[in-house]
Design a protein around this ligand. Structure first.
Ligand code: 13P
Ligand code: SF4
Length: 299
């Protein structure tokens, strides 16, 4: 059954001149059919450079929107229209506007895990791979940073010379909030090197050997024999495919429900019926493009 679907996906991909981009948290069967796998920064850059007519984005909505904003002439498809990110939805454009009013002179840095309408109110965006460099690149010494307050706190620890104000306070990812110091203790008992995503709470970040974006995890994985990954479970699939001689331990409950919505069937449907095309108001796209492009210039 799956073989038949995969065969049809490949055939349609060729016929439609399409490329499949997939995030590192996608289900194994989606990772297997992707042309490009990556973290949100790598996928945004790849989407911007795509020459194909159609980009099928297997991830969550803010990622597909970023691809559309960076390469607006292409047809960008998100196979599951309800694949969202609750963290991105924490922040509204009105909250950004109000915070700016309350903090004149502050720069607004928004995590790409935000809606296009919120990005349109930002000075620059960032991902977990480049947040520290983005904040360092700014002249402003007070930074409104949202919507992930753990990432804001991580940046504050690396850039103590600036004041980072979380916007809103308490914004977090429910998947990464699952990790506790007990996970670090268990990993140490196994003799593992621990690597956590910066969306994890402060005590987990402080207890981990390393902190990295999902792309950073890929780049570091060959440096140790046995790892505990404090991030979404299917990150381990990506790493096991790349490094079969290494061990990767994960927490089984650390599942991003929205990342798991995309299936082989929905990718096939996307290519057959152009569902669901990412459509954004021109005005929002224009205004959101500048902060994303500024981020890419920093990298
Ligand atoms: P990365 O950019 O590190 O892949 O993270 C995206 C994300 O949504 C983490 O929860
Ligand atoms: Fe959003 Fe968290 Fe899922 Fe990442 S893991 S897409 S931040 S809900």
């Amino acid at each position: 059954m799956n073989e038949e679907i995969i065969r049809e996906i490949k055939e349609l991909k060729k016929r439609r001149n399409a490329i499949i981009l997939a995030h590192n948290y996608q289900l194994p069967e989606i990772q297997d059919i992707a042309d490009i796998l990556g973290d949100s920064l790598e996928l945004a850059i790849r989407a911007k450079e795509a020459r194909e007519d159609v980009i099928v984005f297997c991830g969550v909505r803010f990622m597909a929107e970023t691809a559309k904003i960076l390469n607006p002439k292409k047809t960008v498809l998100i196979p599951e229209k309800d694949a969202g990110c609750p963290l991105a939805d924490f922040l509204t454009p009105e909250m950004v506007i109000a915070a700016r009013r309350d903090h004149p002179g502050a720069a607004v840095v928004l995590y790409v895990n935000s809606t296009a309408a919120s990005k349109a109110e930002a000075d620059i965006t960032c991902t977990s791979a480049n947040a520290v460099e983005v904040v360092r690149s700014l002249e402003a010494t007070t930074i409104l940073f949202g919507p992930d307050s753990n990432l804001a706190d991580y940046v504050q620890s690396k850039v103590p010379e600036k004041t980072i104000i979380p916007l809103p306070p308490g914004g977090h990812c429910y998947v990464h909030e699952l990790f506790t110091c007990d996970d670090i203790i268990e990993a140490a008992d196994r003799g593992d090197v621990t690597i956590c995503h910066p969306e994890c709470p402060r005590e987990v970040r402080n207890g981990s050997d390393l902190v990295a974006s999902t792309g950073g995890m890929v780049r570091m994985a060959e440096n140790a024999e046995s790892w505990t990954l404090l991030t979404e479970r299917d990150m381990a699939y990506r790493l096991r495919m790349l490094f079969p001689d290494r061990e990767f331990h994960v927490k089984d409950e650390a599942i991003c429900r929205d990342m798991k919505k995309t299936t082989l069937e929905s990718v096939l449907r996307a290519l057959r019926t152009d569902t669901y095309e990412v459509v954004l108001p021109d005005e929002i796209m224009e205004r959101a493009r500048a902060p994303i492009e500024r981020m890419i210039a920093v990298r």
